[in-house]
Design a protein around this ligand. Structure first.
Ligand code: FPP
Ligand code: MG
Length: 329
């Protein structure tokens, strides 16, 4: 699953670049805090709690890392970074309501804490704030990029609901869902960084492709971790996809190799059944094969970063692409 040893790219990335992006991420956090407390009352409390639960802030980081070499970060870049993170936060709040999830980032989800109505209201507030923040910069194309990614999120999530428990789904349908549900927002983050810092069209397009490939690698890894990870480490319940009927690549491959698994999928997904399915999927070698698909997207992302190296610093992006596949949560 990893080409260069545990945490290797992550350690290298931190050692080489933390000084460069630490101040930027702190600036994003300040802005996010201001926005999420904005409405006050219980709505503000719910939004602020979502923010306080943390997160990797990978999408803001991508906005920053895809700016043109030598570009001095300004309010446009902050606005784009904050906007993509707000859309991401909003989508997770809604996703947890739809999934009936109890845990996210090691904390009770908003819906578990306040119920689905306040959860939905907070998600909507965060989502609307994203567009207010980005629109204030007066760049219609940037707003359109974020809107397209958000439409993809909605379509991808809906496809996931419609395709639940469909164990004959072709792998292409799964990959399309990953593209809509996850890769589109990564792609928007990278397109925004390069667009708003004045890169050439060719570079913007390369960065859009870079983000898409990183997003694919990230989502497939997420789906592998659902079969391989421990709940405590993931900060959310392992085996959640099996519980809510989401059919992902590891299960698709596992079912092809061990057809008797189909029988278990009809049984109510209580803990011992979920653990048994996870174990049997792992025994088929499906996780390694899904990891090969991840590696293909990592390589594509790295090629896209190299192709844009005249305008963008490719090195941190090459490491980020690798990190998408080696993460543990
Ligand atoms: C998490 O993935 C969920 C998403 C990436 C997308 C959720 C999108 C929506 C709810 C659509 C509407 C929202 C907006 C704001 C447009 P996952 O469920 O695979 O991962 P998980 O295991 O972390 O839940
Ligand atoms: Mg989910």
């Amino acid at each position: 699953m990893k080409s260069t040893g545990p945490e290797y790219a992550q350690d290298q990335f931190k050692a080489g670049y933390q000084d460069r992006f630490g101040g930027f991420l702190a600036g994003c956090e300040e802005r996010l805090t201001r926005i999420s407390h904005g409405p006050g009352g219980r709505l503000g409390e719910a939004c602020a709690l979502t923010l306080a639960a943390g997160g990797k802030r990978l999408r803001p980081l991508l906005v920053f890392l895809t700016t043109k070499k030598g570009y001095e970060v300004d309010e446009r870049i902050y606005a784009a970074a904050v906007a993509v993170e707000l859309v991401h936060m909003a989508s997770l709040v809604h996703d947890d309501i739809l999934d009936g999830a109890q845990l996210r980032r090691g904390q009770p989800t908003l819906a578990a804490r306040y119920g689905p109505l306040i959860g939905a209201a907070a998600g909507d507030y965060l989502f609307a704030s994203a567009f207010k923040t980005l629109a204030a910069q007066g760049v219609p194309r940037a707003v359109s990029m974020l809107a397209s990614a958000s439409l993809g999120l909605s379509r991808g999530e809906f496809a996931q609901m419609e395709q639940a428990r469909d164990h004959r789904l072709p792998v292409e349908a799964y990959l399309m869902r990953c593209r809509l549900k996850t890769a589109g927002l990564f792609s928007a983050a990278c397109s925004l960084g390069s667009l708003l810092s004045g890169c050439r069209e060719q570079t913007i397009s390369a960065m859009s492709g870079f983000g898409r490939s990183v997003g694919m690698a990230f989502q497939i890894t997420d789906d592998i971790l659902d079969f391989a990870g421990e709940s405590a480490e993931l900060g959310k319940q392992a085996g959640a996809d099996l519980r809510d009927g989401t059919v992902t690549m590891p299960l698709m491959i596992g079912l092809e190799r061990d057809t008797s698994l189909a029988g278990l999928l009809g049984v109510e997904p209580r803990d011992p059944v979920v653990a048994e399915i996870c174990r049997r999927v792992r025994d088929t070698g499906a996780l390694d094969d899904a990891a090969k698909e991840t590696a293909r997207h990592v390589a594509q992302a790295q090629d896209a970063a190299r192709a844009a190296a005249d305008e963008i610093d490719a090195e941190p992006l090459i490491l980020i692409a690798e990190m998408a596949a080696e993460r543990k949560k």
